[in-house]
Design a protein around this ligand. Sequence first.
Ligand SMILES: Cc1cc2nc3c(=O)[nH]c(=O)nc-3n(C[C@H](O)[C@H](O)[C@H](O)COP(=O)(O)OP(=O)(O)OC[C@H]3O[C@@H](n4cnc5c(N)ncnc54)[C@H](O)[C@@H]3O)c2cc1C
Length: 475
Amino acid sequence: MITSKEYRERIKALKPNVYMDGELITREDPRLEPGMNVIALTYDLPHEEQYERVFTATSHLSQEKINRFCHIHRSPDDLLKKQEMTRLYCQKSGGCIQRCMGVDAMNALEVITHQVDQVHQTEYHERFLDYLRYFQEHDLCANCAQTDVKGDRKKRPHQQADPDLYLRVIERGKDGIVVRGAKAHNTIAPYADEIIVIPTRFLTPEESDWAVAFAIPADTEGVKLICRPTAFRPRILLDAPISHFGDVESLTIFDDVFVPWERVFLCGEQEFGGALALLFALYHRHSYTGCKPATSDVLMGMAALVAEYNGIEQEKHVQHKLAEMIGVAELVYAAGIAAGVQSQQAPSGTYVPEVVYANTGRRHAGESIYREYEIVADLAGGLAATLPLEGDFISEETGPLLAKYMMRNPEISAEDQHRCFRLINDVVCSAIGGLTLIAGLHGGGSPVMEDITLLKNYDMEAKKKIAKHLAGIHS
Ligand SMILES: Cc1cc2nc3c(=O)[nH]c(=O)nc-3n(C[C@H](O)[C@H](O)[C@H](O)COP(=O)(O)OP(=O)(O)OC[C@H]3O[C@@H](n4cnc5c(N)ncnc54)[C@H](O)[C@@H]3O)c2cc1C
């Protein structure tokens, strides 16, 4: 396991291929720092004894202690620990921990490469295991680039006016393949070691060129990362842990990129494209049952704190709203626990979360996030939006006046009350707050995707039978 210092050095040594606001930048650019600070947590905390049980694992390949973000889930307990780990990390970063993409993609590839080999006598699984050894040994950090830009949403990949709107293979050679296309909204990509590419959707027999999965270093020739940063607002004097964090997403362009065969894990076996897409989504939705309760924890903590500072904590409507928030956080978490406990072992030996519970949890989380923001905004009042800038609190002329007039509870210092509202302002009334809302809704698939998965995997006929029995219907 490496440390964050080694991680940062490795990322900063990558060749420049990150574009931001019209410029080609290096990975030393300060706009990448808040995101790297989040990932740094995942490299440093596993070395601390109190976190070792959850944040590290034993590799089933090398029997070495590894970072759990590089681990393949070989038991239901591994899935439970991944979920617990995700919640703990997201509480610390105040938002998405970002490194879950990689572990979710690696687990999906471990299972599917094995299945493809059984049917096609290919050698993807051995290749993948070699990559996994390398991944674990170097404690790599990966983005999963799944979401294609997709063009006309109602058209399939082969029906698009431009076939590159879904990433595809354009050449197959002796040493490897050449791919072209673009993947959207790629979290962590500019400060990840590797980019793991998998398909977005089910593919038809004429779509074998789009059935491709591979992993490449993030600075591979032809890869262009067009990035947009978001971070919590920097502070002047009122330093706080959250003000160091942020994230960056990229539109990742694959401009005729060569991928050597040893890094190709699916190429042409179209019937497995959809299976891989869905399995990654399942692992990722299970990760959401860890991260989303942490987002709820942050929102709930702020709601309860500001209610206390406003002197309204014991009011009935406030208690009801706090109980509602507990219901969201813990039901989503419980669904993830159920998905872990009822996980099934795939033929490769890896455990796969139970699909109905994982999707129910993710669905409930996505549905509730706007409501949770509403509760915080409700209990905080307008100051959540109109809090004066920090400089006005520092100013000798206006600072004491602000301290006097924002005072609620005289038992609590003006600085702590200011800190509470600044946190709320940063989380619910900011660019990153808006991003967290949309990520909560669309991350892991738009809401309808969970509905489709649930209805496909749920025995609705059995429910109709119950109703028929109770109604005395015998047909
Ligand atoms: C902050 C953030 C981070 C993300 N990080 C990653 C990442 O690291 N890697 C990654 O691969 N992805 C990532 N995603 C992408 C995420 O998975 C997608 O946003 C999600 O799958 C929706 O895809 P889309 O954005 O293309 O929206 P669209 O698919 O365009 O959805 C827009 C609307 O159209 C509907 N729609 C789409 N197609 C159809 C259709 N055929 N028929 C009917 N209705 C349709 C949808 O249901 C939705 O209501 C991230 C997203 C966000 C917001």
